[in-house]
Write a new protein. Sequence first.
Length: 368
Amino acid sequence: MSAARAGTLGGHTAGQLRRLCAVAGLDPADAEAYAGVLLTTLGPAAERPLDLPPPSRTFLSDDHTPVEYSLSFTAGANPTLRVLLEPGCGAGSLARGGRAALAAVREMARRWNFSTERLDDLEDLFLPPSPHGPLALWIALELRPGGVPQVKVYLNPAASGPQRAARTVREALDRLGHGRAFETLPPADGYPFLALDLGDWDAPRVKVYLKHLDLSAAEAAGLSRTDPGPPAPQIAAFLRTAAGTGAASRLDRRPGLTCHSFMETDSGLPSGFTLHIPVRDYVRDDAEALDRALTVLAAQGIDAGPLVRALPAVTGRRPEDGVGLIAYLALAHQQGKPPRVTAYVSSEAYAVRPPALAPERVDAQPVH
């Protein structure tokens, strides 16, 4: 599938992706190839008219668009564009959606000649016959020059019930050869995701995401388990900048997330640490969120121009007319690499969340 009609989910999101590819410095041929991958991965939902409700009430975005973009920035380089997809959206049940998503991953593996062995080893843990939770399997594509993306999958540790999430993460890490990893994780209030790199990665990772309620800057600064870890003052300053909180304030709305990535198996220690801040819940509107993002990028010596250009590539609305276009800001530290800032950008195919403190509205504003 290489094209989708205007006014459909596929037409809307493929257009956004093409424009974002240009912002990220990818050439038109790559942009067209990746738009085709997006449409194929969405399957029948790509042809669904936008004047119908979303194909499912996906947890992937606030307005239930089964697509999210992100731009990952390091100093002195073009940003890396990623797209996160829920291939089983609209399948009618979590179990059927998981099977559709698994089939999509395996088709990508055949197309781009990579192994799904690590995912296959975990299928019974994360894709049981009667799954629980808000998701089954998401696919993230990191878009590289040449039209062949790097692939990772996101899985739900609560698939067999939230009370089993920690045990599921521990068992998954054991099966993947990281038998000492679980014990190194910091305390958490939940385990929302486990992610796997599949295919052509220099050093494939398994990534464990943790939820932290009422997180303060001081507490966030102590959550990394990498050795050596990122400077604690830098982590605390990032949280205060992204969330706009004072030194003693906490993330008392949507919680913060940390991600701990594991590559080598000997020490049991993670090699990477990322702090994710749900900026959309701590700003009035996207103009304020953009200001926060620009400050974070400047602190790392990163050119903010691509992020400024990315927002009009996704929407025609003004930043001050809604909140949630910039959903998360993240600061990542990977051993041996410079810090990386990621901005997560919403498609808003179905609705725009009104600014905070604005007069109450009955419905969100449609954007199609």
